[in-house]
Design a protein around this ligand. Structure first.
Ligand SMILES: [Zn+2]
Length: 213
């Protein structure tokens, strides 16, 4: 059975998720951890549970989601998996970090690029990659149908959607990603976004002000 723990890290409150199952194999989704204290909080949880982390998946490469990526991939000796279309953000990471007052030493050095053909697999869990641009190029959502759980990054929030005023953001593309990819998932699907509380596809179809009629 899929288990999920979320941490809120850095001043932007990025949800950093630990996923694991009864075999204690696990993965991480996003990496907002940006201080020693945040690193320790995350590592203590993982160590206390005895979870073996097998990979770090990034929903997209905006600076607030990648601050801890280098640290985590080094610490666990695992690849960082992301979509190639967001790559330009690695090149700008230091510039963005400075303008927001973060320290960002390094980008991860073992990135594996994935797209919708990639199958997420750890323990007894299988997950699917959805390509959902519009917030920024390279935005991915991760869907686990056996658990009816979606990780929606900054594409869909509880009663909100990702901002589209940053580089490569486009509201029509975002709306299309949500309608064509996310709103076709079962209504019961639990949604864990990149920021803020969890929700469900049913709730967002009904109450998200961008979509409810
Ligand atoms: Zn973002």
């Amino acid at each position: 059975m899929l288990e999920v723990k979320s941490f809120q890290f850095n001043p932007f409150g990025v949800n950093t998720y630990v996923l694991w199952d009864e075999s204690l194999s696990g993965i991480l989704i996003d990496s907002g951890n940006s201080t020693n204290e945040e690193n320790q909080r995350l590592l203590s949880f993982i160590e206390n549970k005895g979870i073996k982390i097998e990979g770090l998946y990034l929903t997209h490469l905006h600076i607030d989601h990648i601050l801890g990526a280098h640290f985590l991939s080094r610490h666990f000796g695992v690849p960082v998996r992301a979509h190639r279309a967001g790559n330009f953000l690695f090149d700008k990471a230091n510039e963005y970090a400075q303008s927001l007052g973060f320290s960002h030493d390094k980008n991860p050095d073992n990135v594996e690029y994935i797209d919708e053909n990639h199958r997420i697999a750890f323990g007894n869990i299988i997950g699917q990659v959805l390509y959902t641009p519009g917030h920024v190029d390279g935005s991915l959502c991760f869907y686990f149908d056996s658990a009816a759980v979606l990780f929606s990054g900054d594409v869909l929030f509880r009663q909100g959607v990702g901002r589209t005023d940053l580089e490569t953001g486009d509201y029509h593309i975002l709306e299309n990603s949500i309608r064509q990819k996310l709103f076709r998932l079962p209504d019961d699907t639990m949604v864990f976004p990149g920021h803020g509380p969890s929700t469900s596809i049913r709730f967002e179809k009904r109450y998200n002000p961008f979509f409810s009629e």
